[in-house]
Write a protein that binds this ligand. Structure first.
Ligand code: CTP
Length: 244
């Protein structure tokens, strides 16, 4: 069998077998690295599966009045900016077959209660996307596959300037100040160190069609095994190590 291994497919879900456990994919990477494009391409190619996208951005804490008055001093790139307990609660419900309401964060007002929440139903595949989605080990442990989108810093900065000025209506000085004060240091201190947890690193983000095609093929294979393990808990599977 060469480098292939034979192992007994014993998953806890196989024996419980009450709810179909979703296949959870994590997609991390720096701001404006192309995470959303990669997720959209995966979703598009998995059109025959029920797939939902859950963005870490949806779990930003709301700012207090005092914080809002000094919004330019707020660090939105620090792990504490997110309500990770709420994200874990939502994932727990989805994994137990219950629909959840995911907040719709508004980048203009810095609030998550301006727009109605989005109702998300349990699905076969859940994609968790965000700059710091690999930071908390409890979130990481939910993932069956971890992808890091690796895009050069100058490309990310150029995209971010365009997006923040055009889409978010911010002025260029504010965007550059935030970048040098918070975005870049947080990338170095918190985001880049989580790259080591990735199973797959995609260079050039959404421009890398070959990588996305390979990932989708791999997800399809895994989904097949995932389903078989639930139907036949004592199934023996043959697998080989996968590398891009
Ligand atoms: N952010 C902000 N203002 C807020 C909340 C968040 O400017 N009120 C910024 C943070 O500075 C953080 C970024 O939003 O760097 C996180 O979103 P990002 O990953 O850039 O968005 P995506 O569209 O998911 O990224 P990608 O281009 O990789 O798809």
């Amino acid at each position: 069998l060469g480098s292939r291994n034979i192992e007994k497919a014993t998953t806890s879900s196989a024996t419980e077998n009450v709810h179909k456990q979703p296949f959870v994919i994590g997609v991390a990477g720096g701001s404006a690295s192309g995470k959303t494009t990669v997720c959209d391409m995966i979703i598009q190619q998995l059109h025959d599966q029920r797939v939902v996208l859950v963005n870490q951005d949806s779990f930003y804490h709301n700012l207090s009045e005092e914080e809002f008055a000094r919004v330019h001093e707020c660090n939105f790139d620090h792990p504490d900016a997110f309500d990770t307990e709420k994200l874990l609660d939502s994932m727990e419900n989805l994994r137990h077959g219950q629909a959840v309401d995911i907040p719709n964060y508004d980048f203009k007002s810095y609030k998550s209660n301006v727009f109605p929440a989005r109702r998300v139903n349990p699905s076969d595949v859940i994609i968790l996307e965000g700059i710091l989605i690999f930071h908390d080990h409890r979130v990481r442990e939910l993932m069956n596959m971890k992808i890091f989108v690796d895009t050069d810093a100058d490309v990310r900065l150029a995209r971010r300037i365009r997006r923040d000025t055009v889409d978010k209506g911010r002025d260029i000085d504010t965007v550059l100040d935030q970048y040098s004060k918070f975005v870049k240091p947080a990338f170095d201190d918190f985001i880049l160190p989580t790259k080591k947890y990735a199973d797959i690193i995609i260079p050039r983000g959404g421009d890398n069609h070959v990588a996305v095609d390979l990932i989708v093929q791999h997800i399809r294979t895994k989904l097949g095994q995932h389903d078989l393990c639930k139907i036949y808990p004592n199934l023996y599977v043959i697998h080989s190590t996968f590398q891009i």
